[in-house]
Design a protein around this ligand. Structure first.
Ligand code: Q46
Ligand code: ZN
Ligand code: ZN
Length: 307
């Protein structure tokens, strides 16, 4: 296996590109793919302040590293979900990276700062843990960025993540979600811009990137992921990709280029019907936003044994 660029020994092959790369040219390939995604979708404006949603996993740490490497003005925000040792370990990796590279990491802890944890929220509201978790993340990353002068929130969703979400949305014909599934969601009143600069890179590439850059990351899967439908969609897409390399990328990028614009008006209609939450001011379709309702119920729930 030889590097496509220099013909030296390759460390990784990427079947969908029909190419293999040595260490240095693989890292250059990752930078190039991020650079391409950023420019193709006009993710950033000159002088934008970016905050990366850092989980301590491979994708978010690689994203932080890549954006800083491409000379963007980028800090990190870690959100502690209160999922026992998994969260402790994740924080350790997020802090470890920030310290080793001299980067600024903000931290918010759901338990200490918001009065609840993801497991408690799931138990009291009968939502799935991932539903309560996703809602909290979206709300907190957006409001933090808005209140601290950041122009953009960047998340580490990669090609595998986005293709799996797309498959789920197509299977249910979730037209509102399909209209919002794009590598860039522009800023609207109350929402900062959201971008996904890793859409052109796969999961395996992100793990290899971290290993080759010496970035230690949380390797364990979140213990609450069990039952998460996206894992099944990923398996299905991996089986397709195995038989015909490139199908995942064709599925996602074909959608983004040719289909997503047709659903954009559905998402716009939903967005136009929003007004500020009576409690926190974030845009919502009701009087009180879903996050404030979740927080109120989870934080006021009796602890086990009190009932
Ligand atoms: S952290 Fe949260 Fe994930 Fe764990 S509870 Fe689900 S959504 S699986 S990215
Ligand atoms: Zn090379
Ligand atoms: Zn609210």
């Amino acid at each position: 296996m030889k590097c496509r660029v220099c013909r030296g020994p390759a460390v990784l092959d990427i079947r969908r590109h029909n190419a293999a790369f040595c260490r240095d040219h693989f890292l250059a390939h990752c930078r190039e793919q991020v650079h391409r995604a950023v420019h193709e979708h006009k993710m950033f404006d000159e002088g934008d302040r970016i905050v990366v949603a850092v989980s301590g996993g491979k994708d978010s740490l690689a994203l932080w590293d890549l954006l800083a490497d491409l000379e963007h003005d980028v800090d990190g925000l870690y959100l502690g979900l209160g999922i026992d040792e998994y969260s402790d370990e994740s924080l350790r990796h997020a802090r470890g990276y920030a310290r080793a590279h001299g980067r600024k990491l903000h931290e918010i802890d759901l338990a200490a700062d918001m009065g609840f944890t993801v497991p408690a929220a799931a138990a009291t509201t009968h939502r799935s843990p991932c539903g309560a978790c996703g809602l909290s993340k979206r709300h907190i990353f957006n409001s933090f960025a808005r209140d601290h002068g950041y122009d953009v929130v960047a998340t580490g969703h990669n090609l595998d993540d986005e293709a799996a979400v797309l498959l789920g949305n197509v299977l249910r014909w979730e037209t509102g979600y399909l209209g919002r599934q794009h590598p860039v969601l522009p800023a609207t009143p109350g929402f900062v811009r959201k971008v996904k600069p890793l859409v052109r890179l796969g999961e395996r590439e992100m793990a290899a990137y971290c290993v080759l850059r010496g970035i230690e990351y949380q390797v364990e899967e979140c213990p609450m992921a069990e039952g998460n439908r996206h894992l099944g969609y990923k398996d299905a897409l991996n089986a397709l990709e195995d038989r015909s390399p490139g199908s995942k990328a064709a599925f996602l990028f074909g959608f983004i280029e040719r289909v997503q614009p047709q659903f954009a008006s559905v998402a716009e209609g939903e967005r136009d019907a929003l007004n500020p939450c009576g409690k926190c001011g974030s845009p919502t379709s009701g009087e009180i936003c879903a996050f404030c309702r979740l927080q109120e119920r989870a934080a006021n729930a009796p602890s086990p044994g009190e009932e």
